[in-house]
Design a protein around this ligand. Structure first.
Ligand SMILES: [Zn+2]
Length: 69
């Protein structure tokens, strides 16, 4: 008999899922590219995650509460 092909079984390789989610922090409105707020501790480049009532930095855990008007 011929050589048996090894069956590929078990663990699947991880698909390339986006590790960088920087796109999240950009909004395109018309022709403008608006940048979200960046972290005052980490500086420009580290953006805050936006929540309805707060902005949060995933790097230094800085939380900025949004005042309700
Ligand atoms: Zn930060």
């Amino acid at each position: 008999m011929g050589v048996q092909k090894p069956k590929v079984k078990g663990k699947k390789k991880h698909k390339n899922y986006p590790s960088s989610q920087k796109w999240k922090f950009y909004k395109i409105e018309g022709e403008k590219l608006l940048r979200e707020k960046y972290c005052p501790r980490c500086g420009p480049g580290i953006f805050l995650t936006k929540s309805p009532d707060r902005n949060y930095c995933g790097k230094c855990h800085y939380t900025e509460f949004v005042k309700k008007q």
